[in-house]
Design a protein around this ligand. Structure first.
Ligand code: NAI
Length: 232
């Protein structure tokens, strides 16, 4: 049976994969967990722990073989197979995704994009023509895409997700703010840029508070030094 891996580890894997990909491009052959940790700002023990989940790809005194680790993590992430993606909703976001060529390089091939607006039908984005949503059912049934990227308006999200799932799609990349309720065997990855911004905002505030506290402590320490000097 496959070992259950914590979601925290899974969340870190794409980052390892990305860094290893960069090293690979620079033709780096091997790397120690210490070097990897310095580059990635993660402790070396965290890296060892994470990678031990998969049987540990490192060797004492040698470190990690970049190519091997990159390939193995890619396999764990399922990147060794191509994923066929359809985009539903060819507005700002849908078109931006279709135009981003790096997804294809990673094995996510944008095969088709659909919209309801007649003025968009036939327009080409990222090398694919926008099709009418009336063709979607037939397309999904015959082409059997793996992933539907959902970039429709909020109001249409639940209906479109239910539709494509009923036609056989098992994975949704959901950009809409709608919480989808789908059968358990359907995997959903929600993407929320606003939540990311909120985390950024939290960190800005936390950093500000830290600076303010340090300043208060500095002033207090100076005052203490001055009063001690006056007493002498
Ligand atoms: P948009 O209004 O530019 O695009 C939505 C498109 O969906 C329109 O072209 C519309 O005609 C189409 N559409 C509506 N119903 C449809 C249907 N049943 N079938 C096919 N196409 C349909 O909106 P935008 O800015 O591209 O945003 C798209 C979605 O992504 C929205 O739900 C928005 O809230 C969300 N969003 C999410 C972000 C995130 O961080 N996750 C960031 C920005 C937007």
């Amino acid at each position: 049976m496959q070992k259950v891996i914590s979601t925290a580890v899974i969340r870190r894997l794409p980052r390892y994969y990305r860094y290893l990909g960069e090293l690979r491009q620079k033709e780096v052959v091997r790397i120690s967990s210490k070097e990897l940790s310095e580059r990635m700002n993660v402790t070396a023990s965290q890296i060892r722990q994470d990678l031990n989940n998969f049987g540990g790809f490192g060797q004492q005194g040698y470190g990690y073989n970049v190519e091997y680790l990159y390939t193995e993590i890619g396999k764990i992430l399922g990147l060794d197979q191509e994923h066929k993606v359809v985009i539903i909703g060819a507005g700002n976001l849908g078109q931006a995704i279709a135009n981003y060529s790096d997804f294809a390089r990673r094995g996510f091939a944008i095969k088709a994009i659909f919209d309801i607006k007649p003025e968009l039908i036939g327009k080409e984005v990222g090398g694919v023509k926008i099709r009418s949503v009336s063709e979607l059912k037939n397309y999904v049934l015959t082409e059997k895409p793996d992933i539907a990227a959902l970039t429709v308006t909020k109001e249409q999200a639940a209906k479109m997700a239910n539709d494509v799932v009923s036609w056989g799609i098992k994975a949704i990349w959901n950009f809409t703010p709608t919480e989808l309720r789908l059968p358990k065997d359907v995997v959903v990855e929600n993407v929320h840029l606003t939540e990311s911004l909120m985390r950024l905002s939290y960190n800005i505030r936390a950093a500000q508070e830290k600076r303010e506290n340090e300043m208060v402590q500095q002033i207090a320490a100076e005052a203490e030094r001055e009063s001690a000097a006056a007493e002498e």
